[in-house]
Design a protein around this ligand. Structure first.
Ligand SMILES: [Zn+2]
Length: 335
C-alpha cells in the first residue's frame, strides 16, 4: 500500500464538523503536549492503521495536524511510539533531530525499566531532549503492571535531578481509581518535587468515573499535570479542571491516533474503543459516518471547558500557555 497524504485522511464531513463544533473553540495557536512522530527506517511501525507514511517528522506532522485544526501554528512535545523494542535508540535520535530544528518543540526520551540512570542522564543531555516517556508493555505484567515495573524510582530520581517532565500512560483495570496507582504517583511527586509528572489521556480516565473516584486522592500535588490526548469523555477532563484547576491541563492530539476514526466510550466499570470498522455505525435507523478521533476528542474538551465555565483565556492556557511554561518555551507568568 502506498502512503496516503495528510489531506487524504480528511473527508468532507470532517470540515463541516470542524466548522460546526470546533472552529469557534480552538484557539489560534496550539501546543500539542502529546504527539508521535516516527521513521520506519529506524524501526518504528504504525501497527494500528495502514497508509501512514513510513517517515513522519516535524514538517509532515504539521501538515497532518493542520488538517485537524486548520491554520493554527502548532508546536509539540514528541514521544516515540513504543512498538519496536529493538530500535528505540534510533527513534530517540529521530525525535532529537526533529526538535533541534525548532526551538518551540520538545521531546521525551523513551526509557526501558532496566535502563541505567546515569546512562539515561547522559543520553537525554546528549540528544537535547527534555524528559522521559515510558510504556507498560516493557513491564512483565503489562496491563496490571505497577508503575515502578515500567517507571522505576531510580529513573524518577534522575528526572528530579535534571528538572525533567515524564509522560506516564497508566494501566490497571480501574486506572486512577486503583489505590496502587495513587500510591506511586503521590510517592513519586512528593519525593521528587523537581520532577513534573504528566498523566496521559486525562489520567487515562476513559471511564470518567475512575477520575471522579481516584483523583481526589492526588489533590495538592503541585508537580502533577495532565495531557488530554485521545480521551473523548468530557467528564474525564472536567474532573481534572474541577479538582486541580485548568492550569494543570494541556491539550494533546495523540497524532497519529487523532487521524483514525471512532471514539472511546466509558461503559460499565471500564471503557471501549469503537473503531471505524465496528458495526455500531451501521444500525438500520441510524447509519452515520464515524468522525476523526481527534475531532471527537476536541469536542469532548470543548464540552468540559463549557461545563467548567472557562473563559477564552483559560482555554488558551490549555492549548498553549500551560505547556509552553511547563516545557520552558516561555517563562512562567506571575501567578
Ligand atoms: Zn500516545
Amino acid at each position: 500500500m502506498s502512503a496516503k497524504q495528510p489531506e487524504e485522511y480528511i473527508r468532507a464531513g470532517d470540515c463541516e464538523f470542524f466548522e460546526r463544533e470546533l472552529a469557534s473553540f480552538v484557539p489560534d495557536r496550539i501546543f500539542d503536549a502529546h504527539a508521535h512522530i516516527w521513521d520506519s527506517d529506524h524501526g518504528e511501525q504504525v501497527v494500528w492503521a495502514d497508509g501512514f507514511p513510513s517517515d513522519v517528522g516535524l514538517d509532515l506532522y504539521r501538515q497532518f495536524v493542520d488538517c485537524l485544526h486548520p491554520a493554527r501554528p502548532v508546536s509539540a512535545l514528541f514521544l516515540s511510539l513504543p512498538w519496536n523494542k529493538d530500535r528505540r535508540h534510533e527513534t530517540n535520535e529521530w525525535i532529537a533531530r526533529n526538535i533541534a530544528r525548532d526551538t518551540t518543540c520538545r521531546g521525551h526520551f523513551f526509557v526501558e525499566p532496566d535502563d541505567d540512570p546515569d546512562w539515561v542522564q547522559q543520553e537525554v543531555r546528549r540528544l537535547g531532549l527534555h524528559g522521559l516517556k515510558c510504556y507498560f508493555t516493557y513491564a512483565s505484567s503489562t496491563w496490571e503492571a505497577d508503575i515502578p515495573d515500567y517507571l522505576p524510582e531510580r529513573l524518577v530520581k534522575v528526572a528530579d535531578d535534571e528538572g525533567w517532565t515524564i509522560t506516564l500512560h497508566l494501566v490497571k483495570a480501574r486506572c486512577i481509581a486503583d489505590p496502587g496507582n495513587q500510591y506511586w504517583i503521590r510517592h513519586y511527586c512528593e519525593t521528587y518535587p523537581n520532577m513534573k509528572l504528566i498523566l496521559a489521556h486525562s489520567a487515562r480516565g476513559f471511564q470518567p468515573s475512575h477520575n471522579l473516584e481516584g483523583l481526589p486522592a492526588l489533590q495538592g500535588l503541585d508537580n502533577l499535570y495532565f495531557d488530554t490526548s485521545t480521551n473523548c469523555e468530557p467528564h474525564a477532563h472536567e474532573v481534572i479542571i474541577r479538582l486541580f484547576g485548568h492550569r494543570k491541563l494541556m491539550y494533546g492530539s495523540d497524532f497519529y491516533l487523532s487521524h483514525l476514526r471512532g471514539r472511546t466510550f466509558g461503559a460499565s466499570d471500564s471503557f471501549v474503543w469503537v473503531e471505524e470498522d465496528s458495526p455500531v455505525w451501521n444500525q438500520k435507523q441510524l447509519a452515520f459516518q464515524p468522525s476523526l478521533i481527534g475531532h471527537e476528542h476536541l469536542r469532548s474538551l470543548k464540552l468540559a471547558c463549557w461545563s467548567a465555565r472557562l473563559s477564552d483565556s483559560d482555554i488558551e492556557d490549555i492549548f498553549w500557555n500551560n505547556a509552553a511554561e511547563l516545557f520552558g518555551v516561555e517563562p512562567p507568568r506571575a501567578s
